[in-house]
Every structure is written in C-alpha cells, then in structure tokens.
Write a protein of this length. Structure first.
Length: 327
C-alpha cells in the first residue's frame, strides 16, 4: 500500500509539473516566434541593403558552382598527369617526339583557356568567407578578392602551368616535352579535394570524411605511379609494348617480380632498382593506411557501443521511478 501511495503522489506531481512546463513552452514559443519575425524582417532589410551596396555579379561561397569547378579541376589534373607522360612515351617510341603539334593539343589549349578564365573569376567574381570579430563575413570587395588570390599558392601554380613554354616548339619542336610543366598541377590535388569536401558539406549537406579523402588520394597516387613508371620503362626499354610495360611496373612495384621481363643493361637495372624501392615504400604506406582506417572504425564503433551501454545502465539504475517500482 505504501508503494501505491508513493506512486500516486509521484504521478500527481508529474502531471502538475507537466502542465506548468507545457504552459511555459507555449509562452516561450510565442515570444520566440515574435522575435523570429522581427529578426527575419531585419535580416531581409540587411540583405536588401547588401544587394544594393555590392557592385557587379558575385558567386557566393555556398554556390554549387564551386562543386562543379572542383570536379572539373580534379578531372583536369588527372588528364594532365596521365596524358602527358603517355604522349611523351608514345611519341618517343614512334620517333616523332620532335614533332611540333598534333590534334591532341586542342584539348590542352581548351583547358588552358578555361583555367585562364578561372583566374579572372577568382579575382573578380568568387567571393569568399572570413571570420571578423568572431562573426562570419562574406567578402565581395574586388580589391580584397584580388589581393587574396594573388598571394595564394593556386595563383603561382596557375602561372607556371599557363606559361607559354610550348611557343618555343615553333622553332625547336618537342612540344610535348615543353608542355610537361602542366604536370605541376598534381600539387593542387590535396587542396582541390579538401575544398571539394568543404563545398559538398556547405552547399549540399553531403559529409565526406577525411579517411575517404585519404583513400581517394591513395587510389589516385597508385594509378599515377603505375602510369609514370610504365612510361619510364617504355622510354628506357625502347619500343616496349604498352601492356607489357604496365605488367612489368605492377609486378615490380608490388615486389612480386616473376622474372619473365628482366633488365638487360645497366640503365634498365638502375631504373628497376629505383622503381622497386619506390614500390616497396608505397606498398608499405598503403598497408599502413588501410590498417589505420579499419582500426579507427573499430575504435569508433566500440566507443559508441560503450556510450550506449553506459547511458542505458544509468537510465535503469539511477531513475527514481525504476527504484520505486523495484521496491
């Protein structure tokens, strides 16, 4: 009987407390809605003033244009870093490396033009976000946008890649070698992927973890190392078939080495030693990253399960209602 009386008193107390809490919530929500209306009116007024004050067209940091450009930049980096070594190896094996131009250069010049337009956009159109006095501020001033981009690493890389070294091919030839400076864009890979990660989260709400970005960088690096080492073997070997060059590179990098394709002179031997050392180091790095990735996932799952168990135990054994029922 004592237990039922305690439960009855507890229920009456809870009902009275819930009614009072409900009235407080209604009152607070009414006042909050009024404040939100006034605040939204002020924000609309501020936004209207900002539109009137700003001069010219601007692309805000939250625009999906940044995602499209990030995808394009990633594809352009892969195109430059894969096509240029293959082109040099192919032209060298066919004996036409000194040739000035061919039809494939049309794509290169189109990409150069797009990157030149991007330089103008970054200095004149792309606004950026910064933190001033603890508040997030979008900068739309042309002078600040230009100064920020001119002092960035991306501007220096673009200048090196857009330098017209290939104009010298009109006098000396070897246009493919003179365009090899475009491979410098590989140093933008990390920054492009990091910016694309932020833009996906800001513009579309898509969350990409750092481990996924690291895995993507590892995959791209593996492909590039195989392509570059295959092209180098093709140049040194002299007229080696493409698929055999790739086969030799994969077996050497993974330290398998079946022995069916072996170096025949000192130059090929030295190159094989270098590729084998690079492959051993890179393979160890891949294994370490994969192990670290799964280890972090296991730790995350264990910590989440542990927190859930602790909360469940506290809810059961620390609750006054459960203690009264057990009595």
């Amino acid at each position: 009987m004592l237990t039922f009386r305690v439960l009855g008193s507890l229920l009456r107390f809870c009902n009275e407390h819930l009614i009072l809490r409900y009235l407080e919530v209604i009152t607070a929500s009414a006042s909050k809605s009024a404040d939100n209306k006034n605040r939204s009116h002020k924000l609309q007024k501020i936004g209207f003033d900002a539109v009137v004050i700003s001069q010219g067209f601007r692309i805000p940091p939250s625009s999906r244009v940044h995602i499209i450009w990030g995808m394009f930049s990633l594809c352009a980096i892969l195109y430059y870093t894969i096509s240029l070594p293959i082109r040099v190896a192919y032209l060298s094996s066919s004996g036409t490396l000194q040739k000035a131009l061919d039809c494939s250069f049309a794509i290169d010049y189109l990409l150069d033009f797009i990157f030149a337009v991007d330089i103008f956009f970054r200095m004149r159109v792309y606004s950026y976000e910064t933190i001033e006095n603890g508040r997030s501020t979008v900068i739309t001033d042309i002078h600040l946008m230009t100064r920020r981009y001119l002092s960035s690493r991306a501007f220096r890389i673009n200048c090196l890649c857009l330098a017209p070294f290939d104009l010298l091919a009109c006098f000396f030839g070897y246009a493919s070698l003179l365009r090899f400076s475009k491979v410098i864009r590989i140093f933008e890979l990390q920054s492009v992927l990091s910016k694309l990660q932020r833009d996906l989260e800001l513009c579309m709400g898509v969350v990409v973890s750092s481990s996924q970005i690291s895995s993507l960088i590892m995959i791209i690096s593996s492909v590039l190392i195989i392509v570059w080492c295959s092209c180098g073997w093709n140049l040194i070997r002299g007229g080696e078939v493409a698929y055999k060059s790739v086969y030799w590179t994969v077996t050497t990098i993974t330290t398998v080495g079946y022995g069916d394709i072996i170096p025949k002179n000192l130059k090929e031997t030295v190159y094989t030693i270098i590729v084998g050392a690079i492959g051993a180091t890179f393979t160890a790095a891949i294994i370490a990253n994969i192990t670290n990735y799964f280890h972090q996932n296991d730790i995350t799952d264990e910590s989440l399960n542990h927190k859930f168990t602790v909360l469940k135990v506290r809810f059961i054994f620390d609750s006054s209602l459960e203690r009264l029922i057990r009595e």
